[in-house]
Design a protein around this ligand. Structure first.
Ligand code: UDP
Length: 320
C-alpha cells in the first residue's frame, strides 16, 4: 500500500469519529514512531526522554530531565506569540535548533517567528520513553487504504459521483445546497488574490528489502533539501514485499497548477483570508468544509468531526 499523497495515519480521541470511519473500513492497529536525522545522528521523535538523554549524552531520570530542560527554557516568555517562542519556552534553544528550526523553515518557507505557536503545539514533549508520535486513544491504518474507505463512504444509493465537473458559483442555485470542500479562494475564482498554500513534491525511490528500517525519518537540518523520507511498507506491516518504495518529500510554495496541501497561517493575521471568510459567510446556499474549504490546518479526524457537526447544524436549520 502506497500513500500517493503522503503518509496519513489515522489517529483520534474522538470516539464518534473513530466509530464513523470504522463503519466504512476495518482499521489495523498501527503506532506511528518517527525518527529524526540531524548532524549525522539518529534520534527518537517526538522529543522524549530517549531524545533528551541521547542528545545531551546523559542518563537523566524523568524528574532530572524536566529540571534540566526547565533550566534551558526561556521563562521570560509568558505567552508565546509564535512557533519559535513556543519552542524556546518549552524545550530551550539546543533542541529547538536541532529538531525544529531547519525543518520548520523547509516545511513552511517562513521563519518560525512568522508562524503561529499552535503549529508546534501539535507535537508533545515527553519526560518518559513513550515514542508514540500521537497522544491519542485510537490509532490505525485502513486495511485496504483510504481510497477504498472513501469508495465505501460514497457507495450509497443517494450519492452520485461526477468527476471532472466544474462548479461555478452561478450554478449553486441549481442545487438544494452545496458543500464546498475545494480551496476557499478557488470557489471565488481568486477574486481577492490567491491564498498561500504549501505543496509537496514526492521523489519516488525503489529498492529491495528494508531500506530505512522505519516508516518516517525526518531530516531536520536545513542543508538537507527534503523534510522527510517515508518508507511505505512499514505503514502496512501485515503486507509482505521483497521490494520497497520510499518517497523523499520536498515542501515548496504552491503555484496555480499545483495541488494545495497545507494552508499557511501567519502570526500577523491575514486580511486576504478575512476577506474570503466574509465572502463565504455571505454566500447563500453554500457551506464551506474541510481543510481547503475552511483554510485550516486540520487533521483527518478533526476534519471529519467538523463535517459531521456542520451537517448536524445544517439539518437542524433545514428541518422543516
Ligand atoms: N516539526 C519540526 N520538526 C520535526 C517535525 C515537525 O520542526 O521533525 C514542526 C514543523 O513545523 C511541522 C510541525 O512541527 O510543520 C507539525 O508537525 P507534524 O508532524 O504534525 O506535521 P505534518 O505531519 O502535518 O506535516
Amino acid at each position: 500500500m502506497v500513500h500517493a499523497y503522503g503518509p496519513h495515519i489515522f489517529h483520534t480521541n474522538d470516539d464518534e469519529v473513530w466509530e464513523y470511519v470504522n463503519q466504512f473500513m476495518s482499521f489495523k492497529p498501527y503506532v506511528n514512531r518517527v525518527k529524526a536525522t540531524t548532524k549525522g545522528k539518529v534520534f527518537s521523535l517526538p522529543i522524549n526522554l530517549l531524545t533528551i538523554n541521547q542528545f545531551f549524552g546523559s542518563t537523566m531520570s524523568p524528574n532530572e530531565a524536566r529540571e534540566f530542560i526547565e533550566e534551558r527554557a526561556d521563562t521570560s516568555i509568558k505567552e508565546p506569540q509564535n512557533f519559535e517562542e513556543q519552542a524556546l519556552k518549552f524545550i530551550g534553544p539546543e533542541l529547538y535548533e536541532a529538531f525544529f528550526l531547519g525543518y520548520t523553515r523547509k516545511q513552511w518557507g517562513k521563519e518560525p517567528t512568522e508562524i503561529p505557536a499552535s503549529i508546534l503545539k501539535r507535537l508533545p514533549v515527553r519526560f518518559n520513553y513513550d515514542d508514540n508520535y500521537f497522544a491519542h486513544r485510537h490509532q490505525g491504518m485502513p486495511e485496504h487504504g483510504y481510497t477504498s474507505m472513501v469508495e465505501n463512504i460514497l457507495n450509497h444509493p443517494n450519492i452520485e459521483v461526477k468527476l471532472n465537473t466544474k462548479l461555478d458559483p452561478s450554478d449553486v442555485e441549481d442545487y438544494d445546497h452545496v458543500f464546498w470542500s475545494g480551496p476557499l479562494d478557488a470557489y471565488f475564482k481568486h477574486k481577492f488574490g490567491r491564498l498561500q498554500y504549501r505543496t509537496l513534491d514526492f521523489e519516488r525511490i525503489e529498492k529491495s528489502g528494508d531500506a530505512q528500517g522505519c516508516a518516517v525519518m525526518n531530516y531536520t537540518d536545513e542543508e538537507v533539501p527534503w523534510t522527510r523520507i517515508t518508507e511505505h511498507k512499514h505503514f502496512s506491516p501485515w503486507e509482505a514485499h521483497d521490494k520497497t518504495v520510499l518517497f523523499r518529500e520536498y515542501s515548496r510554495s504552491c503555484e496555480p497548477d499545483d495541488i494545495p496541501y497545507y494552508p499557511i497561517h501567519r502570526t500577523d493575521g491575514d486580511t486576504l483570508l478575512e476577506q474570503y471568510q466574509e465572502a463565504a459567510a455571505a454566500e447563500e446556499g453554500v457551506t464551506f468544509i474541510g481543510r481547503l474549504g475552511t483554510y485550516r490546518y486540520m487533521d483527518m479526524d478533526v476534519t471529519i468531526r467538523a463535517a459531521l457537526d456542520t451537517l448536524a447544524e445544517w439539518r437542524g436549520a433545514h428541518a422543516s
